[in-house]
Design a protein around this ligand. Structure first.
Ligand code: TYM
Length: 331
């Protein structure tokens, strides 16, 4: 079986972007591959969370992984910081990652813009930590959304460079994966760009959002004055809402509103109401399970402990071999 790795940063609750970009694939892949799904708490330190927030969000993501249907019997679910071998591999990979290539990463450039007061070395070396996550289990498939594609390219670069430096065919190449043809980009409700916490709370629908909150967020979603001619190309804000409808609604519903738009007969109020109801339906079973699982600390502790053991077993094997290749050998 091929090995699969993916992770999510515990920077908040999971939103529909995380769900449709990544987690739905995790759930499907767990039966076909040897899967490692983790909570990237080390990565989240770049934004300096308080210890309480960090702990709470890690717990939350763990609950949400399980609520979405990731099965700890089939896969390895773990918390990144429980596997110190990842940090060790990160150190080795940093020795042959170059400033120029790290500075050129688009996620780094975005961060310089969004958090100019905190451009720390962890942000710069974010891609080497991510490469360590993937290479530590020698994974070949990584289910992620479109925004992570460049990081995967860098992971291949670092892995291949390590192989060349130590003259070994050691790390395999890992590729971004999605069951559908293309990697997914789930748009936000703010009229521009992807669904993302950094685009503001109003841009995101969380898996744990109640029906009332979903309706309220949708009613505030950005639209425009309506089409001014038949079969007009949709502006970004409208196209985004249609893209969301494509994800959560039935093909018939989508076709219905598409036709209304083309005939200039669409009423955005109705359109957004329908979209809200379909999102509520998609969320409902997950939301219920989130509530149940949140109470079960004993079970969560058991899942995390069991996952850490399994993940460390795989990671220790790799680190041992990497140390040999590098030349750290006993006398
Ligand atoms: P993060 O925490 O930003 O996002 C987690 C996952 O959700 C996907 N995603 C989206 N997909 C589609 N549309 C959106 N609007 C959207 N928003 C988020 C992301 O593509 C991602 O798959 N660097 C990673 C975490 C990470 C990781 C790894 C992933 C650390 N190490 C190793 C894979 C393998 C990140 O910041 O994801």
């Amino acid at each position: 079986k091929e090995t699969v790795v993916s992770g999510i940063r515990p920077t908040g609750k999971l939103h529909l972007g995380n769900y449709f970009g990544a987690v739905t694939n995790f759930v499907k892949m767990q039966y076909d591959y040897n899967c490692y799904f983790f909570i990237a708490d080390l990565h989240s330190l770049t934004t300096h969370p308080t210890p309480q927030d960090l702990h709470g969000y890690v717990r939350h993501v763990l609950v949400e992984y399980l609520a979405c249907g990731i099965n700890p019997e089939e896969t390895t679910i773990y918390i990144q910081s429980d596997v110190p071998e990842v940090a060790e591999l990160y150190l080795y990979l940093n020795m042959n990652a170059y400033m120029g290539e790290l500075e050129r990463s688009t996620s780094f450039k975005d961060k310089i813009r969004s958090q100019p007061d905190n451009v720390n070395a962890g942000l710069l070396t974010y891609p080497t930590l991510m490469a360590a996550d993937i290479l530590i289990h020698k994974a070949t498939k990584v289910p992620v959304g479109k925004d992570q594609e460049q990081h995967l390219e860098m992971t291949r670069t670092f892995g291949n460079r390590f192989n060349r430096l130590y003259n070994a065919e050691y790390f395999p190449e890992a590729y971004a994966f999605n069951y559908s043809e293309n990697l997914v980009k789930v748009p936000g409700l703010d009229g521009k760009g992807k669904m993302s916490k950094s685009n503001g709370e109003g841009s995101c629908i969380y898996l744990s959002d109640s029906p009332e909150i979903i309706r309220k967020k949708l009613s505030r979603a950005v639209t425009d004055g309506g089409p001014t001619q038949e079969h007009q190309q949709k502006p970004e804000a409208i196209q985004n809402l249609f893209d969301l409808m494509k994800i959560v609604s039935s093909p018939d519903t989508l076709a219905h509103f598409d036709e209304l738009y083309n005939k200039m007969a669409i009423r955005y109020g109705d359109f957004k109401k329908q979209l809200a109801e379909d999102m509520i339906l998609a969320n409902a079973p997950i939301r219920e399970r989130i509530e149940e699982l949140s109470k079960d600390t004993l079970y969560l502790r058991q899942v995390a402990k069991h996952g850490a053991l399994k993940a460390r077993e795989s990671a220790q094997k790799t680190i041992k071999e990497v140390r040999q290749l590098i030349g750290f050998k006993p006398f």
